[in-house]
Design a protein around this ligand. Structure first.
Ligand code: SIN
Length: 296
């Protein structure tokens, strides 16, 4: 009832693990796959090993989480084994990758064997990477095209909401040949410890995820659906089946779940059952609700 084909990949349900959580080892990715996810996305992987920003790199705030991990990763040269282990979970494994230019991205993508690539041009707090390049339409188009030329699997581009007009960045990805866009990465934010007056995160500022960002993500998905011809994958603050349905109604073909996985590894099964019961009660299919918010 929930199975879909997304950019050519067959998924048993439209619920995927988002990049950045439980995605550094093949063992944890496999565990999430076996817990009901339709696909899993790895932690973002770069050219060289990177230890990331100093601690604290994550803090819970009233409305979600602030993180400034700083893209810690073991380098693509040490990551194929993790992808291979993740594949034992029998769902598509999407490699999230980052770099500072199109050459970095194409070097990494051509070396890794994954079912698809998600290009991270949206991390809000990594100097020289992420949103520093993902806010430039020409660079996004160039990077997307370089990866498309380098691989034969689908290429998704994860967009930053920290722009005036996310549609123009989505269009740049589409012009570069992207098979889908993923919206949204975290929203730039900050927290200060009032006892000391110091910023709490080691990097001072970071990216906000969790429930607070859901309405922002819904609007971005809604706008991208209206503008693009390629599929939109929704992510941002999904914590129950109602949230997933809302994203699909806004125009997401599938969704990714991040922060909420930290509290409940069974969230994929919980959301699948909730969605199935809802669709059955309404006598609707996934197709019936896809983009339905645009019909009014
Ligand atoms: C990080 O590793 O800093 C988070 C990655 C991201 O926000 O894309």
């Amino acid at each position: 009832m929930l199975s879909i084909t997304l950019t050519g990949l067959k998924l048993k349900n439209p619920l995927m693990l988002a990049a950045g959580i439980m995605g550094t080892t093949g063992g944890s990715l496999k565990r999430v796959a076996e817990s009901g996810a339709g696909a899993v996305v790895t932690k973002s992987i770069g050219l060289e090993p990177k230890s990331g920003h100093s601690n604290p790199s994550m803090v819970e705030v009233d409305c979600g989480y602030l993180n400034a991990m700083g893209l810690p990763n073991p380098s693509y040269k040490n990551f194929q084994e993790e992808i291979d282990t993740a594949k034992e979970g029998d769902v598509p494994v999407i490699a999230s990758i980052f770099g500072g230019c199109s050459l970095d991205f194409s070097e990494i993508a051509s070396a890794l064997r994954a079912d698809a690539f998600e290009l991270n041009v949206s991390c809000p707090h990594a100097h020289g990477y992420g949103s520093e390049i993902g806010t430039d339409q020409a660079l996004v188009e160039d990077i997307t095209r370089a990866v498309k030329d380098a691989v034969k699997v689908p290429v998704w581009v994860k967009l930053t909401p920290n722009v005036t007009d996310i549609k123009s960045i989505g269009l740049a990805a589409e012009h570069g040949g992207a098979d889908a866009v993923v919206a949204i990465n975290t929203i730039r934010g900050m927290a200060i410890d009032i006892e000391s007056g110091y910023p709490i995160l080691g990097n001072k500022f970071g990216g906000l995820s969790g429930r607070a960002i859901k309405p922002v993500a819904i609007k971005c998905v809604y706008d991208l659906y209206e503008t693009l011809d390629i599929p939109v994958i929704g992510v941002g603050g999904i914590s129950d089946w109602r949230d997933a349905v809302e994203f699909i109604m806004a125009g997401a073909q599938a969704v990714e779940i991040g922060s909420a996985v930290g509290n409940n590894i069974n969230i994929f099964n919980d959301i699948s059952s909730g969605m199935e019961a809802f669709l059955e009660e309404k006598e609707w299919t996934l197709d019936d609700i896809y983009g339905v918010a645009h019909e009014v």
